[in-house]
Ligand binder design. Structure first.
Ligand code: SF4
Ligand code: SF4
Length: 196
């Protein structure tokens, strides 16, 4: 009788083990698929940015409702190239897709602090939309527009990683229970939270 019970306990634990292995395999394959999709979407977005560059100043004026981008055509082009370079350096596009698919470690992070408008998290003050409003104060030039809704600027900072990425001087982590890590070597971008 006790032999039968031991056998059935072993069978149960083997079944639990295979279920865990199966669930890990599904999770791994899901992660690989997301990673592939993320790279594909990032590449498509970058290619679109580059192809649209010549008409970029006009598109920016249309989308932001500010004519200055089209009026200063060559200045806008220069800033657009700097912006694009910074996006790539900080892997901002990758972070954008990560945040869309919730592949970040921020689910259980509680943040404290406030924004002093230093502009550091706006691609190291290289975002094409950033405007200087004081000696050391900056504001988002598209704040409140539909265009900004397509960025992932709102939820910055989401973690200690975000804070350190741009040396945000005022936000801090109150509570942090990591759920998942960013892929190795991945950096996140910049944007600004709320009051801009
Ligand atoms: S969120 Fe931090 S880094 Fe960004 S502008 Fe505000 S204080 Fe500066
Ligand atoms: S909030 Fe976002 S769009 Fe606005 S200036 Fe900062 S990085 Fe650019």
């Amino acid at each position: 009788m006790s032999g039968t019970r031991r056998f059935s306990n072993e069978a149960l634990s083997n079944e639990a083990l295979s279920n865990e292995v199966l669930s890990n395999e599904i999770h791994d394959s899901d992660s690989r698929m997301r990673s592939l999709l993320r790279h594909l979407c990032s590449a498509l977005l970058i290619i679109s940015f580059v192809l649209l560059l010549p008409i970029g100043p006009f598109l920016l004026s249309l989308a932001s409702g500010k004519s200055k981008y089209a009026r200063d055509y060559f200045g806008t082009l220069r800033r657009a190239v700097t912006h694009l370079r910074e996006l790539l350096a900080k892997r901002a596009i990758t972070r954008y897709f990560n945040s869309l698919w919730r592949e970040s470690d921020n689910e259980d992070v509680t943040m404290g602090g406030h924004c002093n408008r230093c502009g550091a998290c706006c691609l190291n003050r290289k975002c094409i939309f950033l405007e200087q409003t004081g000696e050391k104060e900056y504001a988002c030039g598209i704040y409140g527009t539909t265009l900004r809704k397509f960025t992932n600027c709102g939820p910055y900072p989401q973690s200690q990683f975000d804070i350190e990425l741009y040396n945000c001087p005022t936000y801090y982590v109150i509570r942090n229970i990591p759920v998942r890590s960013y892929p190795e070597g991945m950096a996140t971008p910049a944007p600004i939270r709320k009051s801009r």
